[in-house]
Every structure is written in structure tokens, then in C-alpha cells.
Design a protein around this ligand. Structure first.
Ligand SMILES: C[S@@+](CC[C@H](N)C(=O)[O-])C[C@H]1O[C@@H](n2cnc3c(N)ncnc32)[C@H](O)[C@@H]1O
Length: 242
């Protein structure tokens, strides 16, 4: 089983933009999600994007004039983000997302952790810690948005095989294997070279985050929490610091 960092470095990062349907499409989808969220930034606000990837949300936020700190553990995805963000008010940091407080120049008014990033954390305890840090670092009245896949109901049988994306030269599918607290994700990538197909497989674990206990925890930390349905059916929690 690969670590999350190795899985992205060796397997997903080189095809991540393709997997997302291209960067322009991803930025368009990120911008549409920001419109839905109606975050209403003010001048001087800082937004922190945890697990920013190549900037699906960070780039459209920065295009709206918000200063963005984009943190991720993948050097390749951050390189892609930096190449796209020239001239925008956006800084990147390569680190583990649990270390985010040490990189903050000021209290962020927005913290985003989108696109299933929290399920990459190593344990439920680390997710609790992340929420505690978000509650103590975010500016008063600030908004913490989390979106993630609800793996709490195990898929069974053929439903565990998921077609992620395919075209004439590349196919990505994954197979999910459920344990009580984690799901093993086996990503199978087929790439065509001439007449031949090469298959590479890499596997990593994701947390089975249960929405209700997470919502209770966030409320206990002083957030008001609204549960919504986000992009591609993900659970989206919009948490406002009271
Ligand atoms: C599923 S992608 C989501 C990317 C982006 N937020 C989006 O919505 O498209 C998860 C991202 O989190 C990053 N990541 C996973 N675990 C991390 C960790 N512990 N610290 C920092 N980044 C992490 C990965 O490198 C990847 O870019």
C-alpha cells in the first residue's frame, strides 16, 4: 500500500489534470462551486486552501482578487499551480496539511479543504485535530468549507468498480475495498503506447469519514454547520465560526 504522498507522486499527479477533465474545465467547475458558496470576500482577506492540488478552487479565488495560500504535499501539483497562477495573489506551500498553522501570515477568513482531501488524513484523530486547528486559527465570522465523499456506506459487488475517466489513449478505473474505518483505493491506469496498453496499479487508503460525528465535532468547536451536496455528489459542510 503506497503512502498518500507516494501515490500522488508516482501515479495520480502526472495524470491529475487529465483526470479532472483538463485544468480549464476544473477551474470553471471550481469557480461555479465558489459562486454557489457565495463567500463574499472583502479586501485584505486571506483564503487558505488545504490540499489545493493544481488549484481547482485556489485559482478562481485568486482571480477574484482574494489572497490565497495554497498548501499541498504534492510538489508536482503545486508546480502546475504555480505555473498557472503567475500574476495572481497566490502563494504555495508544500507541507502536510496538519502543519498549516505554521505557514499563516494572518488569520484566514476562509479555509477550504475540498474535493475529498480530508479522507486522505491518516486517522479520525488527525481529522479531529485539523478541525480544532481550523477553529482556533480562522478569523471570527470566517467560513471553513469541507467537501468529501461519504464512504460510510460500503459499496458491494460490482458497485466497487468505478470508472473514473477514459479516452482513446488512457483509462483510469478504481476498485474499492472496505475495512471498518478505511477504504483501500486501488487505482488502475491503462495508457496506450502505439498498439500496446500498459497497466500501472497503485493503492492507498482513505478514511471512511462519517458525516454526522464530524458535524457534531465541528459544532462543539463553535462552528455553525450547514450540510449541502457539493460537486459530484460529495458531502459539503459550510462551517461558519460563531
Ligand atoms: C483529491 S485531491 C483534491 C484537490 C483539490 N482540493 C480539488 O478539489 O480538486 C487531494 C489533494 O490533497 C493533497 N493531500 C492529501 N493528503 C495531504 C496531506 N496530508 N497534506 C497535504 N496535502 C495532502 C493531495 O496531494 C491532493 O492534491
Amino acid at each position: 500500500m503506497a503512502t498518500v504522498e507516494a501515490h500522488y507522486r508516482d501515479h495520480l499527479a502526472p495524470v491529475y489534470a487529465w483526470m479532472a477533465g483538463g485544468m480549464d474545465a476544473a477551474w470553471g467547475a471550481g469557480a461555479a462551486e465558489l459562486d454557489e458558496l457565495a463567500l463574499a470576500p472583502r479586501s485584505g482577506d486571506l483564503a487558505l486552501d488545504l490540499g489545493a492540488g493544481f488549484g481547482m478552487h485556489a485559482v478562481p479565488l485568486a482571480r477574484r482578487g482574494v489572497s490565497v495560500l495554497a498548501l499541498d504535499s504534492s510538489g508536482q501539483l503545486l508546480d502546475a499551480l504555480e505555473r498557472s497562477a503567475a500574476g495572481l495573489p497566490l502563494q504555495t506551500v508544500r507541507d502536510d496539511l496538519l502543519n498549516f498553522p505554521r505557514h499563516l501570515p494572518q488569520s484566514p477568513r476562509f479555509i477550504l479543504c475540498m474535493g475529498d482531501t480530508i479522507t486522505h488524513l491518516p486517522s479520525a484523530a488527525s481529522l479531529e485535530r485539523l478541525a480544532v486547528m481550523a477553529a482556533s486559527e480562522i478569523a471570527p465570522g470566517g467560513v471553513f468549507v469541507i467537501s468529501f465523499r461519504d464512504y460510510s456506506q460500503a459499496l458491494v459487488g460490482d458497485k466497487r468498480f468505478i470508472h473514473v475517466r477514459g479516452d482513446s489513449d488512457r483509462i483510469l478505473t478504481c476498485f474499492l475495498e472496505y475495512a471498518p474505518d478505511v477504504v483501500s483505493v486501488h487505482d488502475m491506469l491503462y495508457q496506450r503506447t502505439g498498439d500496446a496498453w500498459e497497466m500501472t496499479v497503485s493503492s492507498y487508503q482513505k478514511l471512511r469519514v462519517r458525516p454526522d460525528p464530524l458535524i457534531d465535532h465541528l459544532r462543539s468547536l463553535g462552528f455553525s454547520v450547514e450540510r449541502q451536496t457539493g460537486m459530484r455528489g460529495m458531502v459539503r459542510l459550510v462551517c461558519t465560526r460563531l
